[in-house]
Design a protein around this ligand. Structure first.
Ligand SMILES: NC(=O)c1ccc[n+]([C@@H]2O[C@H](COP(=O)([O-])OP(=O)(O)OC[C@H]3O[C@@H](n4cnc5c(N)ncnc54)[C@H](O)[C@@H]3O)[C@@H](O)[C@H]2O)c1
Ligand SMILES: [Zn+2]
Length: 393
């Protein structure tokens, strides 16, 4: 037999295949004023990718409509004016405001039903206008119907414009746990419309600036200086500096998602969740009467006092940040901090949510963060005590 034409030696097939692949996402963030004024071209620009007119199902936060009753008519007039580009896929849906809509499963069902009835497909759009809670709920429904319908967010609170509305997460609360159900799902676009903000009740107005302080401390010391400088004006609801700060916070958030290397939080660290382990716990302990941004302010103060006690950050920082938060009109203390056992459970819940080892991001100096994998519980309790003293002065 000729060895050159011998049949090949049978090879053992590989036991597994492993091939990395990439998916390209675009993060589109627009800054606008009066998106539904007839002369605004932002929305038609955002959807001008497919054959027109685009089919759009609109979902609006009831609290926003209570404060701006003319808004519904403005939306309808806008769609009537732009029939070549946009068409309403169904009646405009109004969702009750705040955490209630994430807690009560009926609103999730109602939205899924509405997406079904409107016969939305994966090239249609869900356009949601509202605070972070309504955005989270609607984003979740849009992400799972047909495994993902395009989502355009128009955040209408300072917190949602500076932080949550720009992110890639959505979710609802279940089994007593915040955001227990949810997905990572980048929106088609986010449009920050500053004209929505003036009607916010004051505690919600101020709420978003704790997230701005957070992201400044994590990423940009000059930005922290800017917030400190403008804190009195922001507390007085002076729009130009407030809008500039919300914009910078949103930009830093977007940069973290697009360039930070881990947009879907596949590693253990959640660097944007500085101050959040106790904030999430305080929110649920308060049965969500404490707005997210206020809880974050308290969480930042606690983690900074803790960091100072264990010698991780330099002494003036905690006082400086606390003074800034107070000037903004944000709280740095809540009686629930003294419920130490449930508070410390927040650390374990934070670990569980992420899986694996606990990872908490702390700040050494403005712009300089680091991850730790354990927190000293007795130092946390001392930090609570010290914060009580600071807060009462
Ligand atoms: N997905 C994320 O990455 C992420 C990040 C941070 C926070 N969140 C979530 O965001 C939610 C908090 O969002 P929020 O602070 O925007 O609060 P919110 O959604 O509860 O809204 C606050 C209140 O303001 C009202 N409102 C909204 N816009 C208004 C306007 N322009 N004028 C008058 N009233 C208006 C709402 O109806 C509501 O009553 C929480 O559920 C939190 O878990 C999500
Ligand atoms: Zn937050």
């Amino acid at each position: 037999m000729n060895p050159e034409i011998a049949s090949p030696v049978p090879q053992t097939p590989p036991t597994h295949l492993c091939q990395p692949f990439q998916v390209q996402w675009q993060h589109r963030l627009y800054f606008a004023q009066n998106v539904f004024s007839l002369t605004s071209s932002v929305l038609p620009d955002v959807i001008a990718f497919d054959p027109l007119p685009a089919r759009v199902l609109v979902v609006v936060d009831q609290g926003l409509l209570n404060a701006q009753p003319q808004y519904l008519d403005e939306i309808i007039r806008f769609f009537q004016h732009h029939t070549a580009a946009l068409t309403l896929a169904g009646p405009i849906i109004q969702i009750p405001s705040g955490e209630l809509c994430k807690n009560d499963r009926r609103y999730f069902d109602l939205l899924c039903q509405a997406l079904h009835d409107a016969r939305l497909d994966r090239h249609s759009y869900v356009l949601v206008i509202g605070g972070g809670a309504v955005l989270d709920l609607t984003g979740f429904a849009a992400a799972i119907v047909h495994r993902g319908v395009r989502l355009i967010r128009i955040p209408s609170t300072t917190l949602a414009q500076a932080d949550s509305g720009v992110g890639v997460k959505n979710g609802i609360n279940a089994f007593g746990q915040k955001n227990f159900l949810g997905t990572f799902s980048p929106p088609w676009a986010v449009i920050n419309d500053e004209a929505l903000l003036p009607t916010l009740p004051h505690h919600h107005w101020i709420s978003g600036f704790s997230e701005a302080v957070k992201v400044a401390l994590l990423k940009d010391s000059a930005f922290f200086d800017q917030i400190q400088h403008h804190a009195p004006a922001i507390a007085q609801r002076h729009m130009p500096p407030a809008v500039a700060i919300i914009r910078r916070a949103a930009e830093l958030h977007l940069r973290h998602i697009t360039q930070g290397g881990d947009p879907f939080e596949l590693t253990r660290a959640r660097p944007l969740d500085f101050g959040h382990w106790s904030a999430h716990k305080l929110e649920s302990l308060s049965r969500f009467s404490l707005p997210h941004g206020h809880a974050v302010a308290i969480g930042l103060a606690l983690d900074l006092v803790y960091s100072e006690l264990i010698g991780l950050c330099t002494p003036p920082l905690a006082n400086q940040v606390i003074a800034c938060l107070k000037t903004l009109g944000l709280p740095v203390w809540h009686e629930l901090l003294t419920h130490t056992e449930p508070l410390l459970e927040g650390l374990e819940e934070f670990r569980e949510h992420l899986g694996g080892q606990l990872t908490i991001t702390l700040v050494r100096n403005p712009g300089e963060s680091l991850d730790v994998h354990e927190m000293d519980q007795s130092a946390i309790l001392r930090a609570v005590q010290k914060l009580a003293e600071i807060a009462s002065t």
